[in-house]
Design a protein around this ligand. Structure first.
Ligand SMILES: [Fe+2]
Ligand SMILES: [Fe+2]
Length: 193
């Protein structure tokens, strides 16, 4: 099974939310299934974003299994994990950089670069995009997606305390951040493309 087939299978079996079909139509027409997850960090290759979304799903399922008492639904785990980074859809483009090859000669190397068309914040942007399609996102899903970057979030670095309240209110938000960290730094690789 390809990553795309697995992604669609999880969506269709775990998510019963109105608007899923429209979201999947939009993703189909976007670069979601071929996009990288970053320009030079983890998942910086074609398909990296899809792979990362599935890795975060696998991590969050294992984390949530240790906290069944928190009663986070399978649907919320899928929504949060699979779509937390939709802010990166139509966000990267291919470009070129001059680098030296092994003989010390300058050559052009193909790289990914960012082309942000909707600069409204990382987690914020994912929340907004998802609300264009899903009829309703639950509050804990919004908090989880908004704050999935944890202390790497720009607002948190600037002294915003909303994240503490969000993590107190929403076990899903803590789980998503842990899963995102685990997938990114313990599972995924950086490639020189
Ligand atoms: Fe992210
Ligand atoms: Fe992520």
């Amino acid at each position: 099974m390809t990553n795309k087939e697995r992604f669609l299978q999880i969506c269709k079996t775990e998510i019963k939310r109105e608007g899923l079909d429209k979201l999947l139509d939009w993703l189909e027409k976007s670069d979601f299934y071929e996009a990288p997850a970053s320009t030079k960090y983890h998942g910086n290759y074609a398909g990296g974003l899809l792979e990362h979304s599935l890795n975060v799903y696998d991590c969050i399922k294992r984390i949530a299994a240790n906290y069944e008492d928190k009663n986070v639904s399978a649907e919320s785990l899928a929504v949060a994990a699979l779509f937390h980074d939709v802010c990166k859809v139509n966000f990267y483009q291919k470009g070129y950089r001059n680098v030296k090859d092994e003989n010390g000669k300058w050559v052009q190397k193909e790289i990914y670069e960012i082309n942000e068309r909707f600069p409204i914040g990382h987690g914020e942007k994912s929340c907004i995009i998802l609300q264009w399609f899903f009829k309703k996102l639950e509050v804990h899903e919004l908090l989880a997606i908004r704050y999935h970057m944890g202390s790497f979030d720009a607002a948190v670095k600037g002294g915003d305390f909303g994240i503490s309240k969000a993590y107190e209110m929403a076990p899903l938000a803590v789980m998503l951040h842990l899963a995102d960290l685990e997938a990114t730094y313990l599972w995924e690789e950086i490639r020189t493309i």
